[in-house]
Each structure stands twice: as structure tokens, then as C-alpha cells.
Design a binder for this molecule. Structure first.
Ligand SMILES: *Cc1c(COP(=O)(O)O)cnc(C)c1O
Length: 249
């Protein structure tokens, strides 16, 4: 099978998995968006997926947006950021994306606000929550989320659209389920504090191996890479750890 057909088939298969998971969970499939995690994927492959109907992509590194920007400039697609964001990359990242899913500390919020003010812009954000403390250094502690949410809500350059988590890195979805459940319960807790008219907060959770579980637990955005584009050369640790040169297996 050639590359194009491979990607088109894989995309359709993932869309079917999402639809089936929604049926099983008694949810409306329109309530779940598929985000393509495109780290390490070449622009021509990303283009194939977009032309086959994908409308939301995300990178983990600003550098990859930069490298692929020209080749994908003509494509109508929503772009998010899902990687660990360093404050010195903010000026650049806001050129490429409409939503940053990995906001997890006040220094980032302050710098984002400063940059957005300077360019008279707004940005959608999700708060990244660390639901698997033993495995990840990133994301807010779950207990810190309600206060952090209130603080960030003071910044009118930022629109908090929901919560994101990576969850436990485990091939058994049942072991990841408590992470998803925790994110949803945090979201419900936030909802209780918000006016009834406020739009529901998104839950960005679930990846290639566990999207069904995430949907059963309430995911509204699933982030899928390998199930569509195949295995990556770099281990995910390379993208998820702050100190990229240090091996932390
Ligand atoms: C790579 C990545 C994904 C997708 O993971 P797959 O297992 O390839 O589907 C989702 N979320 C984040 C933050 C990622 O870095």
C-alpha cells in the first residue's frame, strides 16, 4: 500500500474507532474531536491526512512548526501546541497556533499575557494536569488546578478552554483509566464554580492506544499520532522531558 492510501486508511480506521467508542459510551460522536499529533511527521504526510479530512493538528516543538510552516501554509487546519513550552519560545509559538494545550505554570501565563498584549491578541489555552505523578514532570498537580484556574481567569488575553493530560504511559488502558477519570472529576469540579451559561470545558485526553477508554471517561479531544502515521523514530521521552539530553528510561 502506498503512503497516501496507508494514511487515508489509518485515518478512517481511527475515525471508526472514535465513532464506535462514542456509540458504546452513548455519546454523540460530534462531541469528540480528533487531533493529529504530528511530531516527526513530514509535511507531505500531514498534507495527505488534512486532505483526507483531518482539521486539527498539533506539534510538540516550536521548531517543527517553523520547519513545516511554509509547506503547509495553504492548508485550512486548526493548529494547537501540545509540548512542553519554554518561556523563551512563546513569542514564536503564538505565530503558529490558536491554542496551547500545555499551560502548566504561572511564569508561562505571565509571559504569554505579555506577548499577547504586545501583539493585541488572544489565545485559547488548556491547563495541563499531571495525573500520573510518578511518570511525568510536567503539568499541574491535580490539587493545584482549582486555584490556578481562578488565577488564570484574571488574564483577559487568555481563554481557558479546558484541561489536558497525558496520563500514565502504559500499554494497558485500564491502568490509564484512573488518570482520565481524575481529569474529568477536576473538570466537573471547575464546572460547579462556573456560571451555568459557561460553555463546557474540553477534556483533551487519550492517544493511539487508549482513545476508547478516554472517550468512555469523557474525552472531547483525542490526540493521535502513531495509529495514523506509524511508529516514530524518537522515543516519546524525547518530547516529554524537560532535559532532552538526559536519558530517563
Ligand atoms: C505524541 C503525542 C500524542 C500521540 O501519541 P500516539 O501514541 O502517537 O498516538 C498525544 N499527546 C501528546 C502530548 C503527544 O506528545
Amino acid at each position: 500500500m502506498d503512503t497516501t492510501r496507508g494514511i487515508v486508511h489509518a485515518l478512517a480506521a481511527v475515525q471508526q474507532r472514535i465513532a464506535q467508542a462514542c456509540r458504546t459510551a452513548g455519546r454523540d460522536p460530534r462531541g469528540v474531536r480528533l487531533l493529529l499529533a504530528t511530531k516527526t511527521v513530514s509535511p507531505d504526510k500531514i498534507r495527505i491526512a488534512i486532505q483526507a479530512g483531518a482539521n486539527l493538528i498539533a506539534e510538540n516543538k516550536v521548531q517543527e512548526y517553523k520547519e513545516k510552516a511554509a509547506a503547509l501554509a495553504d492548508l485550512p487546519v486548526e493548529r494547537h501546541f501540545i509540548g512542553h513550552l519554554q518561556t523563551n519560545k512563546i513569542k514564536e509559538v503564538i505565530r503558529y497556533v490558536s491554542c496551547i494545550q500545555s499551560v502548566d505554570r504561572m511564569s508561562l501565563v505571565e509571559e504569554l499575557d505579555k506577548r499577547l498584549r504586545a501583539t493585541e491578541r488572544h489565545m485559547d489555552i488548556l491547563l495541563q494536569v499531571n495525573t500520573s505523578r510518578e511518570c511525568s514532570k510536567f503539568g499541574l498537580d491535580p490539587e493545584a488546578v482549582p486555584d490556578f484556574f481562578k488565577q488564570v481567569a484574571q488574564y483577559d488575553t487568555l481563554r481557558i478552554k479546558g484541561l489536558m493530560t497525558i496520563g500514565l504511559f502504559d500499554t494497558d488502558p485500564e491502568r490509564v483509566r484512573p488518570c482520565f477519570r481524575q481529569l474529568k472529576s477536576l473538570r466537573d469540579e471547575l464546572h460547579r464554580e462556573l456560571p451555568a451559561t459557561a460553555p463546557p470545558l474540553e477534556l483533551s485526553m487519550g492517544m493511539s492506544g487508549d482513545l476508547e477508554t478516554a472517550i468512555a471517561e469523557g474525552a472531547t479531544i483525542v490526540r493521535v499520532g502513531t495509529a495514523i502515521f506509524g511508529a516514530r523514530f524518537y522515543p516519546d521521552q524525547y518530547y516529554w522531558n524537560e532535559n532532552e539530553n538526559k536519558k530517563t528510561t
